[in-house]
Design a protein around this ligand. Structure first.
Ligand SMILES: Nc1ncnc2c1ncn2[C@@H]1O[C@H](COP(=O)(O)OP(=O)(O)OP(=O)(O)O)[C@@H](O)[C@H]1O
Ligand SMILES: [Mg+2]
Length: 474
């Protein structure tokens, strides 16, 4: 007979209906039960499962049997009794008995659960008190028997009447029923818990699979988008350079004198062309940064000249809007290991934004100072920040007194094409690419960039670029 694997039963939640005795009752409880039975009755007891496997053994040594086992004929008779007992079917009654050659009796009791036989109790040997002397058949079988000794040992053997044995057997069976019932309950609870955990795990797994598919698809779309941007920008750049070039030639009068109005039109063509070119360059940069094909040409560079240069470049622009532009660099700043041209682009973008979103009479300040940058953990992660290493960094800060960025938007402004106010009535131009390029360029330098509120008004963009480890100053 093959019993179904425990796992299948658990999955179907039909737990218990096919359970084996060993699954219903643990060996230890069975052992304890058997021992207390033997102690109480003075009669040995063994518990077998349905397949005949011994699960608990509380045999009580009976000296008469031990003595008989030393004699040739009675030993084989005892052995044959033991093997008959082992194979004895308790029959439809659920109980059967067998008599041994010594006069000792065995009782076999069926253990049932849920209408099935799950095992047997074998109780014995016990000797009915009515047995007053050594059975005559033993005397015939074993001529070498020391009758006096055998009689003496018989007086010490456990004496139980059949009626008492009936009661004892019922008691043992009832006790086991209770134990099996609580075992079943534990098995059910455990299995249901297991089934519930399995089910949740299956659900999680399938959600995870779906997420993975969605993630792969998004990644593929993102790659396609980057490719598309790269190709389109590249293809747009060449004709646009011609448009700008030809409009410049027209303005220079290479194709002949032009009237004032024509000059005005051609100037607009050139300006809009340049605007478009800036946008296209931004797209190209972004797609290169996204695909990881932009290489940074890092070298040792000083921060002060960079800040000065950006301030000078943007000064006319600020002046035109009536905004004061200041630059301040802490003395003795260490040199950075960075791509100077790309850092310039970062600062230009930030200052351009600062001027763009600040109205006349406002101010913009670029500053640089030594600071530190935590890596491998962020301040948001609370205690985890302790685990992250601190690196010395140069902090570049562009602060303005402009319209400010609401707290809820401070993460999103770094998304490509995201603008806080994207309404058509918005005064300021732009496409929303600047900050996404800034962020990627800064990350390309292992740095960070974030937005803060500038007190009492406006916005401050803070970029931190870590120093190259070897260039750290003591
Ligand atoms: N200094 C600032 N003050 C207020 N808002 C800002 C500032 N800098 C950026 N923003 C907000 O973040 C948005 C995104 O900035 P980003 O530089 O990426 O794009 P943009 O300036 O609109 O266009 P682009 O830089 O591509 O010309 C801006 O549109 C604006 O809403
Ligand atoms: Mg911008």
């Amino acid at each position: 007979m093959t019993s179904p694997a425990p796992r299948d039963r658990v999955d179907e939640l039909t737990v218990g209906s096919g359970a084996r005795l060993e699954e219903l009752v643990d060996r230890e409880s069975l052992g304890q039960l058997a021992t207390s039975f033997a102690d109480l009755s003075g009669v040995g007891i063994r518990v077998f499962d349905a397949e005949g496997k011994l699960l608990a053994d509380a045999a009580q040594p009976v000296e008469l049997i031990s003595y008989l086992s030393t004699l040739k004929h009675s030993r084989s008779a005892i052995e044959s009794t033991v093997s008959s007992v082992k194979n004895l079917d308790p029959g439809p009654e659920g109980q059967a008995g067998i008599d041994g050659v010594s006069g000792g009796r065995y009782r076999v009791v069926a253990l049932e659960h849920d209408g099935r036989r799950v095992g047997r109790l074998v109780i014995g040997p016990y000797f009915p008190p009515s047995l007053r002397d050594i059975p005559s058949q033993l005397l015939e079988l074993e001529p070498a028997l020391d009758l006096d000794r055998a009689r003496q040992l018989l007086t010490m053997a456990p004496r139980v009447t059949d009626d008492s044995m009936d009661r004892l057997a019922r008691h043992a069976r009832a006790a086991l029923d209770v134990v099996m019932f609580s075992g079943l309950r534990a098995l059910l609870t455990g299995s249901m818990h297991l089934a519930a955990v399995r089910e949740s795990y299956r659900e999680l797994q399938s959600k995870q699979d779906k997420l993975q598919v969605a993630y792969d698809r998004l990644k593929e779309l993102d790659r396609l988008k980057s490719n598309f941007l790269a190709t389109v920008s590249h293809e747009l750049r060449t004709p646009l350079t011609s448009i700008i070039g030809y409009s410049e030639m027209l303005l220079e009068g290479i194709a002949g004198e032009i009237t004032g109005e024509q000059r005005e039109f051609v100037t607009t063509i050139r300006e809009k062309g340049e605007q478009l070119l800036t946008l296209i360059k931004g797209l190209l940069d972004l797609s290169k940064l996204e695909s990881g094909t932009m290489s940074l040409r890092k070298a040792t560079m000083e921060v002060a000249p960079l800040v000065r240069d950006v301030a000078q470049t943007m000064a006319p622009h600020a002046k035109k809007k009536g905004i004061s532009l200041q630059a301040e660099v802490e003395a003795g700043l260490p040199a950075l290991w960075a791509d100077a041209e790309r850092l310039r682009q970062v600062l230009l973008n930030l200052v351009e934004n600062a001027i763009k979103f600040t109205s006349a009479a406002g101010s913009v300040k670029i500053s640089a100072r030594l600071s530190s940058l935590s890596t491998g953990g962020s301040a948001d992660e609370g205690g985890l920040v302790l685990l992250g290493a601190q690196r010395t960094a140069v902090e570049l800060r562009v602060a303005d007194t402009g319209i400010g960025i609401p707290e809820s938007e401070r993460q999103r402004v770094f998304d490509a094409f995201y603008q806080v106010d994207s309404s058509s009535t918005r005064e300021q131009g732009g496409t929303g690419l600047g900050l996404s390029i800034v962020k990627r360029l800064v990350e390309g330098h292992d740095g960070t960039v974030h937005v803060e509120a500038n007190e009492p008004q406006g916005t401050a963009f803070v970029v931190a670029i870590p120093l190259k480890r070897a260039t750290l100053r003591p």
